[in-house]
Design a protein around this ligand. Structure first.
Ligand SMILES: *Cc1c(COP(=O)(O)O)cnc(C)c1O
Length: 412
């Protein structure tokens, strides 16, 4: 289907009305927001819920007998249930609130990390975000474990031919991204989970770039952990989710100690609270959790399969148009990819092009996108990345392409 047909079927124009920040001008130009990989804009319902919470319901949760505390607790726990349903987790206590993807990965690196011993191996991939590299390097240093990296090919796909040498009897954890934030590659999660299961390794999936673009079913994926950030799924910053299988989470030691995560504290010995509280020490980001629930209520009403098709059609269209320029090279040409178009232009620094696009109202990201080893693999300092959400349109891409034409002419 042509992008215009998909667009009509999906009706992005109508959806845009829900996102007030899209309707503004910057430098006197209509804002075109193609930086969704970094963070997504928020629907009015989410914005209103933040204001409502602080205007009416603000209170600390789980501890109060009073009215407001009960209102806030109920809303916070309902948000957890909304997210449970959305990702199809078997139990609501498998949904842990975190600060975001980075926080979720660090939680596992610490807690699960405690169970590792010298010589154990952790496997990641060559396309990981720094937040799915550095916590494991730190853990490997602490515990004298070994980090293994599944290589990629020139298209930006995992090389699976020698997978058996990267996922072995020694592998205790496989931590891979569902979708690459720099390339848009969709990884074969099912295949990887099966491999990891066959050697008894646990599986962590970095879902920071997948849950806003496709249907996610954690039971179907059969992963042990799935992490994502609220701000990339149209919710607030400072809140995120770590899904973990109940049995696995129950077996792990807590991450941080403090209030709420305890059952009983004495100076001799402290016992820990049940899930999810065991992993949620201290007063959480209550407003963030509640508003993230509102973001998922919003997503619930949308057809994620249609969204995926629509966003892929946008990315394909942008890619086709970009390739008409001399010297443009697309970075990341995987067979399975979505919603991200990363590219370089021969003889032009990504930052210079990004700056000129910005002056024309177009928000793209330039640089290494927190994937420096990936940039090293492609032997480039960075890319220009246009990353789409369901509220973007073909018309916006046309304006972007015109701006590209102007900018390239100015820089050449
Ligand atoms: C954004 C991102 C992260 C980090 O998310 P934070 O919200 O910064 O914690 C991790 N992995 C991927 C793939 C990302 O896109």
């Amino acid at each position: 289907m042509k992008v215009t047909e998909v667009q009509r079927a999906f009706n992005a124009e109508e959806i845009r009305n829900d996102f007030p920040s899209l309707d503004q001008t910057v430098y006197g130009k209509k804002l075109i927001y193609f930086d969704n990989g970094a963070t997504a804009q928020k629907p009015q319902a989410v914005i209103d819920s933040i204001s409502h919470y602080y205007s009416k319901d603000n209170s600390n949760i789980h501890r109060g007998v009073h009215y407001l505390s009960q209102v806030a607790t109920t809303q916070y726990e309902n948000a957890r249930k909304t997210i449970q349903t959305y990702i199809n987790a078997a139990h609501s206590e498998e949904v842990l609130f975190t600060k975001g993807t980075t926080d979720g990965i660090n939680l596992i690196a610490h807690s699960f990390g405690e169970t590792l011993k010298e010589g154990d191996e952790i496997t990641i991939s060559a396309m990981e975000h720094h937040s799915n590299i550095v916590p494991w390097q730190m853990l490997c240093e602490r515990k004298k474990c070994i980090l293994r990296v599944i290589p990629i090919n020139e298209k930006g796909e995992l090389v699976l031919t020698s997978i058996d040498s990267y996922i072995t009897e020694k592998t205790k954890l496989l931590a891979v991204t569902h979708i690459s934030n720099s390339l848009g590659t969709i990884n074969p999660i099912e295949f990887l989970t099966k491999k990891a299961r066959s050697v008894g390794a646990k599986i962590l999936i970095d879902g920071a770039q997948s849950i806003q673009h496709m249907r996610v079913d954690v039971q179907e994926m059969d992963c042990d952990f799935f992490v994502f950030s609220g701000h990339k799924v149209f919710g607030p910053t400072g809140i995120g989710v770590l899904y973990g299988k109940k049995k696995v989470l129950d077996s792990l030691p807590p991450y941080q100690g403090g209030g709420d995560m305890i059952a009983k504290v004495t100076f001799e010995k402290t016992t820990y609270n049940e899930l999810p509280h065991k992993f949620e020490a201290g007063t959480p980001h209550i407003a963030g959790g509640i508003c993230l629930g509102v973001a998922f209520k919003y997503l619930e009403k949308l057809d994620m399969d249609a969204i995926m098709k629509y966003e892929q059609s946008l990315a394909n269209y942008a890619q086709e148009q970009l390739l008409k320029f001399e010297g443009v090279k697309i970075i990341g040409t995987a067979d399975q990819k979505t919603s991200v178009v990363s590219f370089v232009v021969e003889g032009i620094h990504p930052f210079d092009l990004g700056t000129l696009l910005d002056k024309q109202g177009i928000a793209v990201r330039t640089g290494h996108h927190c994937t420096q080893p990936l940039m090293d693999f492609f032997e480039i300092p960075g890319t220009i990345r246009a990353s789409f959400a369901f509220y973007n349109t073909k018309e916006e891409i046309d304006i972007f392409i015109k701006a590209m034409d102007r900018s390239i002419n100015m820089l050449k």
